[in-house]
Each structure stands twice: as structure tokens, then as C-alpha cells.
Write a protein that binds this ligand. Structure first.
Ligand code: GDP
Length: 200
């Protein structure tokens, strides 16, 4: 699937004000600095559709983009950045969770995980939450260009073994690098397949 049109639609903190749920939607979430904005930009062939910055914790609203006039991407606030006050963190987490639990056209959540970092409690807890709430998600490992092939395998297996201790299966996962533009076609293929299912 080619992405040839992407438009920013709106930013808000209330799921009820999100665009009309008439198109399939894919949301992106992860710890601050995981590479979420870079991945959205790489997928949409854009330099600044989503804002990238070295400063973690910048995107704190739900940002909606219309892609190819055919589906929505939602860029969700990054979680787990220590310098945000507890109150703000609780606030944006609560609206993000409300969005996840109520957004009827949400086809899949892409949970971004930096492959260089060992499994983090906050990511594992978030996956558990999605499983309990039956929010469909896939894992998207980021910044693969910073690792050697064996390290990618090793770190992916660490996650796999950890999750399989409690879960029956390891979620669908993608290994990506926005810098080297790898893994992007797999994600677009996944979205394309689900777009077709959404409309049938
Ligand atoms: P966000 O906070 O999750 O939106 O993260 P950003 O997309 O702003 O990226 C955070 C930092 O990681 C920036 O310095 C990016 O240049 C860097 N980064 C993001 N994706 C990649 C990647 O695929 N490879 C490498 N090497 N660096 C990346």
C-alpha cells in the first residue's frame, strides 16, 4: 500500500471529540522517546506530520491524521516520562485510557517498544491492561538499526519468553527502523489487510 496523502485533522483530550468513527483507525502509543513520531512520519513519507523532538513528553494530546482519505492514524500521548508531574500524567493517562476503551473504530493499537531497552514494567503492565480490556494490539519494536541482527533476535526472544510465561501466545510483532525505513511495508500491509476487513 502506498501512502500518498496524509492530513492532520485535530488534537484533543476527549475521545468524544475525535473524528466521526466511520473509517478504520490505528493508534500508536509507547514510552516517550520510543520513536513514535519518527515512525508515523516514516510510514506517511512525511518529515513533520507527527512532531519529532529530542525532548520526551511533548505530545500530550490525541492527534488524528487522515490517511489516503481512507483510514485514520491516531498519535497517542507517550507514557512514562519521569519529568511530567504525577497529576498531569494521571490526567493524560485517564483520557488516553478512555479513548482506548471507547473508540469504536479502533482496529488495532501499535504498541511501540525500543528494542535496545530490556523489558520495562510499564510496557508489560500496559500490555496486560490491553489484554484485560480486550483492546487489540500488536508490538512494534523500534530503532532496530542500532542493533546487530543477533541482538535483535536476542532481545525479541527476551520479550517473547517473558510474555509466554503468562500468556498463551506472543502478539503479532514488527521490527522497524524509521532511520533505515525497515519494517514499514509490513506495517502498511497489515493496515491494508485490516482496512479491507473493516469495510467487508
Ligand atoms: P517519540 O517521543 O516517541 O515521538 O520519539 P521521536 O520520534 O521524537 O524520537 C526520539 C529520538 O529517537 C529522536 O532523537 C529520533 O531521532 C530517534 N529515533 C527515532 N526513531 C529512530 C530510529 O528508527 N533509529 C534511530 N537510530 N533513531 C531513532
Amino acid at each position: 500500500m502506498e501512502i500518498n496523502k496524509s492530513n492532520f485533522l485535530c488534537s484533543n483530550s476527549d475521545w468524544k471529540k475525535c473524528p466521526k468513527p466511520n473509517l478504520p483507525e490505528y493508534a500508536f502509543i509507547g514510552r516517550s522517546n520510543v520513536g513514535k513520531s519518527s515512525l508515523i512520519n516514516a510510514l506517511t513519507n512525511s518529515k513533520k506530520l507527527a512532531k519529532t523532538s529530542g525532548k520526551p513528553g511533548k505530545t500530550q494530546l490525541i492527534n488524528h491524521f487522515l490517511i489516503n482519505n481512507n483510514f485514520y492514524l491516531a498519535d497517542l500521548p507517550g507514557y512514562g516520562y519521569a519529568k511530567i508531574s504525577k497529576k498531569i500524567r494521571e490526567e493524560f493517562q485517564s483520557f488516553t485510557l478512555k479513548y482506548l476503551e471507547n473508540r469504536e473504530n479502533l482496529v488495532c493499537l501499535f504498541m511501540l517498544i525500543d528494542l535496545r531497552v530490556p523489558p520495562q514494567k510499564i510496557d508489560l503492565e500496559f500490555m496486560e491492561y490491553c489484554a484485560v480490556k480486550k483492546i487489540p494490539f500488536v508490538i512494534c519494536f523500534t530503532k532496530a538499526d542500532k542493533l546487530k541482527k543477533v541482538e535483535i533476535e536476542e532481545n525479541t526472544n527476551n520479550y517473547k519468553n517473558l510474555l509466554l510465561k503468562e500468556w498463551e501466545f506472543f502478539p503479532v510483532n514488527f521490527t522497524t527502523s524509521s532511520t533505515k525505513k525497515t519494517g514499514l511495508e509490513d506495517i502498511k500491509g497489515f493496515i491494508n489487510e485490516h482496512n479491507i476487513l473493516f469495510k467487508s
